[in-house]
Ligand binder design. Structure first.
Ligand code: NZQ
Ligand code: ZN
Length: 393
């Protein structure tokens, strides 16, 4: 079954559609946002003006932090319950939107039920009628604008866990204006770009059959690589930023997962690192990806060869003084990883977990918090996770 109910509005004038959407919901709107970037770049004022024009009662839940926490989640649930909210309008990046879904699925729970326990620890499906969520995306990467993902951190338990809700929790509508991402700090922009790449790779590196999804993903990766190189030179390049925004949405809106068993082990380790360091999500992924993929490459050489040739344009031949040398599969595959590593350095990504504050004393907690999945080419053991962490230092 393939079903994605999120309606997208894309382009410089996308916000003009908010009015039409608001007509579909009741009076009480809960505006959710982060630490204040939307007040500096004018998005807050533009949204408030439209809410006022539509005669909505506006309630606010501000200060949603990157890597939103359980204690903030409980706060949001209370605000939504106290004010009988008809629509949650999440204006921000993945953190704000993930949090909005967590609140949405929890408002109608009995107050004795703990959403962290039910949804994130036990991974239950949504147990009540959710509050509709609409989004205005301001930071690109997670794909949360068109999926059911919601990642929450429990600081006391040292755990960061993602729940992938069903279609009832997908945003009802999402407003995508690439210009809104112009003010994102460079560190966040490149972290988001790598998050997109990682989402695609997590799905690409699984299975051995010939699958249309792999061809779509190769196209998405090629577009991302091309546009990211332009965006780091000129952050205001509209075409590049709009390609990146659109690629992010399609990388994780469930389409390319169709027919794939999918890996997600990089995200599992990355989330465990995030739980102990509170580091930026995309950087937790970039810092472990090269060691991870080098480690699993021997288990899937044909796929890594294909990745090198179709995504990074690695040639299987090399001209030498004596004629033409035909590279081995391993040489081709390794060249692809080197090309990826060079691209990551060009973007300025974090390449070592030590830079995120990780030290060897934390390895125990990170391994404990890492879920070991079996959808990829190699199911890791805890000892292998340690090896990868060591290689990532
Ligand atoms: O809080 P404000 O002041 O708004 O600043 C934010 C924040 O500091 C800033 N920002 C956002 N838009 C901006 C801007 N600054 C200037 N101009 C703008 N237009 O950027 C910072 C990062 O924002 P955040 O929302 O935290 O980043 P991101 O979108 O990367 O979201 C990260 C969260 O999403 C989860 C991650 O684990 C993490 O908790 N993920 C969610 C997924 C999903 N729903 O499917 C999948 C992902 O793999 C990921 O795990
Ligand atoms: Zn991610």
């Amino acid at each position: 079954m393939y079903y994605n109910p999120t309606k997208l509005y894309f382009g410089k004038d996308a916000l003009s559609n908010l009015k039409t959407e608001l007509n579909n919901y009741g009076k009480n709107v809960l505006l959710m946002y982060g630490g204040g970037s939307i007040k500096k770049n004018g998005i807050y004022d533009a949204v408030i003006q439209i809410l006022k024009e539509c005669n909505k009662n506006i309630f606010e839940d501000a200060g949603i932090m990157s890597n939103p926490t359980t204690s903030k989640l409980y706060e949001g649930i209370k605000i939504a319950r106290d004010n009988k909210i008809d629509l949650i309008l999440a204006v921000g990046g993945g953190s704000v939107i993930d949090y909005a879904k967590g609140v949405s699925a929890s408002v109608n729970l009995d107050s004795s039920v703990d959403p962290w326990e039910e949804y994130y620890v036990k991974q239950n499906e949504c147990m009540v009628k959710p509050i509709p969520v609409g989004t205005v995306l301001t930071m690109v990467g997670t794909g949360s604008e068109m999926n059911g993902g919601s990642v929450i951190t429990n600081v006391d338990a040292n755990l960061k866990i993602g729940k992938v809700f069903g279609a009832e929790l997908f945003p009802k509508f999402t407003i995508l204006n690439p210009e809104y991402t112009f003010s994102v700090p460079r560190y966040q922009m490149v972290a988001g770009i790598f998050d997109i790449m990682s989402h695609i790779m997590e799905q690409y590196f699984s299975d051995e059959d010939d699958n249309t999804s792999d061809y779509i993903m190769e196209g998405l990766m090629r577009s991302l690589i091309t546009s990211s190189k332009i965006a780091v030179k000129n952050e205001l390049d509209y075409d590049a930023r709009s390609n990146i925004m659109w690629t992010a949405t399609w990388a994780l809106n469930t389409l390319v997962a169709k027919g794939k068993s999918t890996d997600w082990e990089v995200h599992m380790i990355g989330q465990a690192i995030g739980a102990v360091t509170n580091a930026t999500h995309g950087m937790t992924l970039s810092a472990i990806s090269i060691p991870y993929y080098c480690y699993i490459m021997p288990y899937a050489l044909p796929k890594f060869k294909r990745f090198a040739m179709n995504v990074w344009n690695v040639s299987p031949f090399e001209k030498t003084d004596d004629g033409v040398y035909k590279k081995t599969d391993k040489e081709i595959a390794q060249e692809g990883i080197i090309m990826m590593s060079d691209w990551m350095k060009e973007l300025g990504l974090v390449m070592h977990i030590a830079e995120l504050g990780v030290n060897e004393d934390m390895f125990g907690k990170i391994v404990e918090g890492t879920f070991l999945l079996d959808g990829g080419y190699k199911t890791l053991t805890p000892e292998e996770v340690i090896k990868i962490l060591k290689a990532s230092m």
